[in-house]
Design a protein around this ligand. Sequence first.
Ligand code: FAD
Length: 187
Amino acid sequence: MSRFPARHAIIIGGGASGVLLAYQLLQNQGFGFRVTLIERRPEIGRGPAYHTNNPEHVLNVRAANMSALPDDPEHFWRWLSNRAEGPLCPDPYCFVPRRTYGDYLSSLTAPLTSSESEPPRLTVVHGQCVDLDEGPTGVTVTLADGSRHIGDVAVLATGNDSPVAKLPCDADPWAPPCLPLTGTQPC
Ligand SMILES: Cc1cc2nc3c(=O)[nH]c(=O)nc-3n(C[C@H](O)[C@H](O)[C@H](O)COP(=O)(O)OP(=O)(O)OC[C@H]3O[C@@H](n4cnc5c(N)ncnc54)[C@H](O)[C@@H]3O)c2cc1C
């Protein structure tokens, strides 16, 4: 445990990158961080890739190669094998639903949000970051609801922007296939 007060890291974006950075910063207590993770979606560890509820939306990489922990390559497969719902596939060479991978990512940080320390080492805030101001003593992060979070460092882990439709009839590639196209102009 660090003898110094924890530095406060604010991570904006709770997709795979944000969650894994929070996990790594907090796993090693020698780093001396507490973390606030800001995510506009209702759940962390999802992002555009892992929020889908469609079980046919599977990972494009075998379970054997999807451990989130570089020094523990079998971590994801062990997590899959120990799920309360039972195993999803008989061996680590299968392709599991992307939603399940989101469950895995969010499970990494779940134990870190409940802590006996005050404030907790990981705080998850749901909201849209709209401004980031860097000053001589730290950073101020402003959310759309007007709330402010002050930290020592901020990390942008906001992923890629969603594609912008160039024509009214352009389909959103991440939308479920059952959604009708909108727009009146011919493609
Ligand atoms: C459809 C699809 C399928 C994929 N399948 C695979 C796969 O099978 N295997 C694989 O290895 N990789 C896959 N990928 C790639 C995968 O998405 C990336 O490797 C990884 O998830 C990117 O994580 P990220 O955290 O950088 O970005 P994202 O997942 O985009 O996360 C960024 C997060 O930041 C949040 N955010 C953005 N702006 C703000 C803001 N202003 N305020 C608050 N929150 C904000 C977003 O809501 C989002 O949750 C896939 C990607 C897509 C799009």
